[in-house]
Design a binder for this molecule. Structure first.
Ligand SMILES: Nc1ncnc2c1ncn2[C@@H]1O[C@H](COP(=O)(O)OP(=O)(O)OP(=O)(O)O)[C@@H](O)[C@H]1O
Ligand SMILES: [Mg+2]
Length: 247
């Protein structure tokens, strides 16, 4: 089954097509990397999928549901979780409180009366282990290291029971050690989730990507393994050659 699909998806800003007639699909359990030069439309594509911007035309399917007319909130509750570059965590709350707040809402009146259910506590424990923050539950989120803030934000998406995770440059600003941890976490999460990752760090993409989609000027220009897209002359021209010059 396709987990996510778009058809003829266009996002215009005052007539400028940031995303231009995009047909995209990814299957359940895929980790897909989305690369391309600055301004290619990668972030806007994620925005259109998660309901942050309204597509000008075209369709988005999550599983069998058309979601392009739904609100950001509805889309999140259907199971699409978006991770931002600046983590949206509550600095004045503890790690545990952040995770509790993120937990999928309807818990029923009895849960509200008697406190959090055993299932919720179990889930929180599992998530804390997954994101490597065991023992740090009572720390204020604002006092966590940059990397740990990112793990916490991912933990919040897991509490929310997201099935499809959208990550925009997750390794940006990370140390080498944190970048490796992020890559390992992506592979771990991919055992139960689908993940779409925008990334500029080609080392990172090479290490962790199985399939890569390349965008340029609002359009998908290439798709395949990193090896395949690296050998695509158009990709070399618009992106990879320039990336190499930067180093
Ligand atoms: N809200 C907006 N209003 C007007 N133009 C916008 C808006 N958001 C994005 N754009 C434009 O759309 C184009 C695509 O931007 P987008 O942020 O999606 O690119 P990107 O591929 O994520 O780039 P980067 O790698 O630099 O993050 C750019 O030309 C950008 O200036
Ligand atoms: Mg971007």
């Amino acid at each position: 089954m396709m987990h996510l699909q778009t058809e003829n998806l266009t996002v215009s800003f005052d007539g400028f097509k940031a995303v231009d007639d995009v047909k995209f699909a990814m299957g359940v359990g895929e980790v897909r990397f989305l690369i391309g030069p600055n301004g290619a439309g990668k972030t806007t594509l994620l925005d259109a999928i998660c309901g942050r911007v309204r597509p000008t035309s075209g369709q988005v399917w999550f599983k069998d549901f058309q979601i392009q007319h739904q609100s950001e909130h509805e889309i999140a509750s259907r199971g699409i979780g978006r991770k931002f570059q600046a983590p949206s965590i509550f600095g004045a709350l503890t790690v545990r409180q952040n995770l509790e707040i993120a937990a999928k809402a309807p818990r029923g009146v009895w849960a509200n009366v008697f406190g959090r259910s055993r299932a919720d506590k179990e889930k929180l424990k599992t998530v804390v282990e997954q994101i490597g923050l065991s023992g740090q539950e009572e720390i204020l989120a604002g006092n966590l290291a940059h990397g740990a803030k990112q793990w916490l934000e991912i933990g919040m998406l897991l509490m929310q029971e997201a099935e499809l995770l959208l990550f925009d440059e997750p390794a940006a600003g990370m140390t080498d050690a944190e970048t490796t941890q992020m890559g390992e976490l992506l592979l771990e999460l991919a055992k139960t989730k689908s993940i779409l990752v925008v990334e500029h760090d080609m080392e990172f993409v090479r290490r962790y990507a199985s399939k890569v989609t390349v965008m340029h000027a609002g359009k998908i220009i290439s798709q395949g393994s990193m090896e395949e897209v690296s050998n695509d002359p158009l990709v070399a021209e618009v992106y990879l050659a320039r990336q190499a010059e930067r180093k």
